[in-house]
Design a protein around this ligand. Structure first.
Ligand code: DC
Length: 226
């Protein structure tokens, strides 16, 4: 028996941080589904396989291995056995993961792996289509949102801290383009499931969001006598 929490929302809504903190407090396993699409995009970029090269992508996806593992308490991502945890978090892969994740065959291959990962234990899975496609029967569904301007603000601060040379306007434009791509694609777009609980984090701190999510999960567990 597993208890599944689905957290969906746009890039920069704070899903990753919230998922990590909630999971630590409640002792749940986390599954970052975006990391899997990022790994597929990295492989395509490395092998120079264009988004319209159906044959090439099929061959790539039929031979790919993507694993999420906790090593010394740090969440790691392995692509064909290689640790790509850092390499999948670059602006190049931000852009390409949004492109390649829209390709149906890539989703067809990755979705069943995610379902399998959610089979055992208490899991928080975060992404774009978890409550709508991957686990439409999840025990708890949350849609975490924030305004584009607030997302850009948060990302811009992070980028400056990392020493990157960007302007707020560039960051805002990137965020808008990526979230528009993710929301408008034909297959499994970013969308709130009808029965998901909507949380707008624009004016909330991370701790406030974490507390809300924990309360929702605990209430549901009580209801189910878990
Ligand atoms: O959450 P993230 O920014 O790491 O996700 C990277 C890309 O992968 C993002 O552009 C949307 C896509 N993605 C998806 O299509 N479906 C998911 N379940 C998770 C991510």
């Amino acid at each position: 028996m597993s208890f599944i929490v689905a957290i969906d929302g746009p890039a920069g809504s704070g899903k990753g941080t919230v998922t990590k903190l909630v999971a630590e407090k409640l002792n749940f396993i986390t599954i970052d589904t975006g990391a899997m699409y990022r790994s597929a995009a990295l492989e395509a970029v490395r092998k120079n396989i264009a988004p319209d090269d159906n044959e090439g992508l099929k061959k790539m996806m039929d031979n790919i291995s993507i694993e999420l593992k906790k090593v010394d308490n740090v969440q790691k991502v392995y692509l064909n056995g290689e640790d790509v945890t850092k390499e999948i978090r670059t602006p190049l892969i931000d852009e390409n993961s949004s492109k390649y994740s829209a390709i149906p065959y890539i989703r067809e291959k990755i979705t069943p792996i995610q379902r399998k990962m959610g089979e055992n234990g208490n899991v928080i899975m975060e992404g774009r289509d978890i409550g709508t496609v991957v686990f439409p029967d999840a025990d708890v569904k949350i849609f975490l949102d924030a305004s584009d301007e607030e997302i850009a603000n948060r990302r811009y601060k992070q980028d400056l801290e990392r020493g990157m040379n960007v302007t707020y306007e560039q960051v805002l434009e990137d965020i808008k383009r990526r979230n528009k791509n993710d929301s408008n694609r034909a297959v499994a777009p970013l969308k709130k499931a009808e029965d998901a609980i909507y949380i707008d984090s624009t004016n909330l701190t991370i701790d406030e969001v974490v507390d809300k999510v924990i309360e929702i999960i605990e209430n549901k567990m009580k209801e189910k006598n878990i």
